[in-house]
Design a protein around this ligand. Structure first.
Ligand SMILES: NC(=O)c1ccc[n+]([C@@H]2O[C@H](COP(=O)([O-])OP(=O)(O)OC[C@H]3O[C@@H](n4cnc5c(N)ncnc54)[C@H](OP(=O)(O)O)[C@@H]3O)[C@@H](O)[C@H]2O)c1
Length: 279
C-alpha cells in the first residue's frame, strides 16, 4: 500500500458509535497505532465510554459535519433510516478527496450518491461487516459506488481489515451477504447456545458446556477453511453404528439444515425488502 493510501487511513471519522460503530472503533485503535479517529453520535450516552487510552486518539466532535470535515474517510454507522439525514448533513463538506464508507444494511450506493448531491465528492463504498468486529473476527464484504475507484475500495478494505477478513462483492450480492454474515453470526450464536444447552441437559456445568461448544464450532470452521469439505468432517466423525450418526440422523429428521438455509434466505429476503427505494 502506498504512502498516500496509508495517510488517508490515519484520519478516520465514525458517525454513530453504537454496536457496530464502537466495535469498528476499538478494532481500528488496536490495529492501527497511528490512527486518529473522529466520532459523533446523536446519543451523548454513547460517547461516555471513552477511557483514558482512547481519549488521546479519539476526538469527539460536536456535529456529524465536524466529523466529516476533519476526516479523509468517513464511516457511516447509523441505522438505515438515519442515513439520508446524516448524509445530507455532511454533504456540504464532502469534497472530492473524501470517501464515505456506509455499513448501513439495505442502503444502495446510488441512494447515498444522490443524498450527497452533485456539488461535492461522491466517492461511496458500501460495506457489510458483522458484529464479530467486537473481537476483531468480523467478515466484511465491500463494493464500490459509481464514483469510487478501485483504489478507494482498497483503502476501505484496508480499514476494515482492522476488524477481520474482507471480500469484494458485486453490489447485487450485498443483500445475501447481509443474510449470511451480518445476520448469520447470530444464527451461529443460537446454534452454539443450543448445543451448550444439550451439554447442560446431560449434566455439564454451563460455562464448560458453552466453552466446549464454542471450541467445537471453531474447530469445524478452521478445518473447513483449511480445505476439508463439510461432508468429509461428517465421514471422519460418523463411525458405523456410533454416536455421531445418531446425532446427524436427528438433525436430518428435524430439518435443521433446511431451517438454517431458510434463516439465511429469509434474512436475505428482508434485506432486499429494506433495500427498496425509500422516499
Ligand atoms: N449491529 C450489527 O451487527 C451490524 C452489522 C452490520 C451492519 N450494521 C449496520 O450498522 C448500522 C448501525 O447498526 P448498530 O447496530 O450499530 O446500531 P446502533 O447500535 O443503534 O448505533 C447507531 C448509533 O447511531 C446514532 N445515531 C442515530 N441518528 C444519528 C445521527 N443523526 N447522527 C449521529 N448518530 C446518530 C444512534 O443514536 P440513538 O441511540 O440515539 O439512536 C446510535 O448510537 C446499521 O445501519 C446496520 O444496518 C449493523
Amino acid at each position: 500500500m502506498n504512502e498516500e493510501k496509508k495517510a488517508k487511513e490515519k484520519r478516520i471519522g465514525i458517525i454513530g458509535v453504537g454496536n457496530i460503530g464502537m466495535a469498528i472503533l476499538r478494532g481500528l485503535l488496536a490495529a492501527e497505532p497511528e490512527v486518529k479517529i473522529f466520532v459523533s453520535d446523536a446519543n451523548p450516552e454513547k460517547l461516555r465510554f471513552f477511557d483514558a487510552d482512547m481519549e488521546s486518539r479519539v476526538a469527539i466532535c460536536k456535529s456529524n459535519e465536524e466529523t466529516a470535515k476533519k476526516s479523509e474517510v468517513v464511516i457511516l454507522a447509523v441505522k438505515p433510516n438515519d442515513v439520508r439525514g446524516v448524509v445530507e448533513e455532511i454533504a456540504p463538506v464532502m469534497n472530492e478527496e473524501k470517501m464515505l464508507i456506509s455499513i448501513a444494511a439495505g442502503v444502495p450506493t446510488g441512494a447515498i450518491e444522490e443524498y450527497l448531491g452533485k456539488a461535492g465528492g461522491r466517492k461511496v463504498i458500501r460495506a457489510m461487516p458483522n458484529i464479530g468486529a467486537r473481537v476483531r473476527a468480523a467478515v466484511s464484504a465491500t463494493c464500490k459506488g459509481e464514483y469510487a475507484e478501485d483504489e478507494d475500495e482498497e483503502i476501505a478494505k484496508g480499514i476494515l481489515s482492522a476488524i477481520g477478513e474482507v471480500h469484494s462483492v458485486k453490489e447485487s450480492d450485498m443483500d445475501v451477504i447481509t443474510g449470511l454474515s451480518g445476520s448469520g453470526i447470530a444464527f451461529f450464536a443460537a446454534v452454539i447456545d443450543a448445543m451448550a444447552d444439550g451439554g447442560v441437559y446431560e449434566g455439564l456445568p454451563r460455562d464448560l458446556s458453552l466453552a466446549i461448544a464454542c471450541e467445537t464450532a471453531m474447530g469445524a470452521a478452521k478445518m473447513i477453511r483449511a480445505g476439508d469439505k463439510p461432508s468429509e468432517i461428517e465421514t471422519m466423525t460418523a463411525s458405523p453404528g456410533g454416536t455421531t450418526i445418531r446425532g446427524l440422523y436427528v438433525m436430518e429428521s428435524r430439518g435443521v439444515k433446511a431451517a438454517m438455509m431458510e434463516a439465511v434466505i429469509e434474512a436475505t429476503r428482508r434485506a432486499r425488502e429494506i433495500s427498496k427505494p425509500r422516499k
